[in-house]
Design a protein around this ligand. Structure first.
Ligand SMILES: [Zn+2]
Length: 350
């Protein structure tokens, strides 16, 4: 390809909206003027003559002219550029439909939701493709921070209590190293990223989930979102936390509730009951005589840590569940019979 930088319309001295007829007549006039036969041994005239012909070759052809109007001196790459645009929007669509592959938690299927690879409104992949259009009077792509990338993470209540970590595998667009995101290498579209300025890469990322998260918590991992446009910084990754319900502990805010089995006689006579904690330990709780079934005892500081202030903790409510004897020995039966007779006599006397 010739290193023509002059505008074809300027070369022929016509306006951009010139008709075919105007172009043809301008060409004929200039061709006669600079023809080598008329200017023997004139190198400048010869060069000008070639320039005029090159311009006319394109502008006389409606199809080529249209491409030239759109892409300037890259008009010959028009088909290629448009193919790249198609791919870029296919890629966008892929992400919109949740093309990432979560290798993190046991979450299984999930929805990427309304993730928008495109970036700022109105920018879209044109920013990514910006490099292709540079030099034709088109504005440089805006420097903009990349979009945030959201990723679901499911944790157990124990993990939410203690804090945990996850390795997440994402298919994310990253800035092309070869062309540094410009989409061009030495003036031609970058082969590595096909001119897009970014490539899709599987990236493994170790993320920390802090103690105290609850369902709906968003944990921000700075700089791990989509790449920025025009050399802007990348967006962040937002981990969308879901805490799986626990089969034993119920959570309300920072407080926990747990059913605590207690032998009926310990409730009746008073005694010591073992309360399970989310840490896996057991606490000894003294209950007074006459404790009713279902009564709750508050154990301060034994609940969930507060997000961002893990030293502050909620309470654990131990809910008494009387355990009644299923089988009685002969002697026990005798005593229960005696108790019933005694309580019946008291009820009758009342
Ligand atoms: Zn590249």
């Amino acid at each position: 390809m010739a290193t023509t930088t002059k505008d074809f319309y300027q070369v022929l001295g016509v306006k951009r909206d010139a008709t075919e007829k105007e172009i043809r007549s301008a060409y004929r006039k200039l061709a006669r003027q600079f023809h080598p036969d008329v200017n023997p041994n004139d190198k400048a005239a010869e060069a000008r003559f070639k320039e005029i012909n090159a311009a006319y070759e394109v502008l006389k052809d409606a199809g080529k002219r249209k491409k030239y109007d759109k892409y300037g001196d890259r008009w010959e790459l028009a088909d290629q550029i448009e193919e790249q645009q198609r791919r870029a929007s296919a890629q966008q669509e892929y992400f919109r439909r949740g093309g990432g592959s979560p290798a993190g938690g046991p979450t299984g299927g999930f929805d990427f939701g309304d993730i928008d690879l495109g970036g700022a409104p109105g920018g879209g992949f044109e920013d990514i493709l910006g490099g292709l259009f540079r030099g034709r009077g088109r504005a440089q792509p805006r420097r903009a921070k990349g979009e945030d990338l959201e990723h679901p993470v499911e944790v157990t209540l124990e993990e939410a209590f203690a804090g945990t970590a996850r390795t997440i595998t994402l298919q994310v667009p990253v800035t092309c190293d070869v062309c540094k995101g410009t989409g061009k290498v030495a003036g031609t579209p970058c082969v590595t990223c096909e001119g897009l300025g970014s490539i899709i890469k599987a990236s493994r990322l170790e993320v920390k989930i802090p103690a105290g998260v609850e369902s709906g918590s968003k944990v921000r991992v700075a700089g791990k979102g989509h790449p920025g446009a025009g050399g802007g910084p990348p967006g962040d990754m937002l981990l969308l936390v879901t805490v799986r319900p626990h089969e034993r502990f119920e959570r309300k805010g920072d407080d926990l509730y747990v059913d605590t089995p207690a032998p009926a006689l310990d409730l009746v006579l008073g005694g010591e009951v073992e309360v399970p904690t989310i840490k896996g330990t057991r606490l000894h709780l003294k209950v007074p005589a006459g404790t009713q079934n279902g009564r709750q005892f508050r154990l301060a500081g034994q609940g969930m840590p507060r997000l961002g202030k893990p030293e502050e903790r909620g309470a654990l409510y131990a809910r008494m569940k009387a355990v009644l004897p299923a089988e009685l020995s002969a002697r026990e039966r005798e005593l229960y019979e005696e108790l019933r007779a005694l309580r019946g006599a008291r009820a009758g006397a009342a």
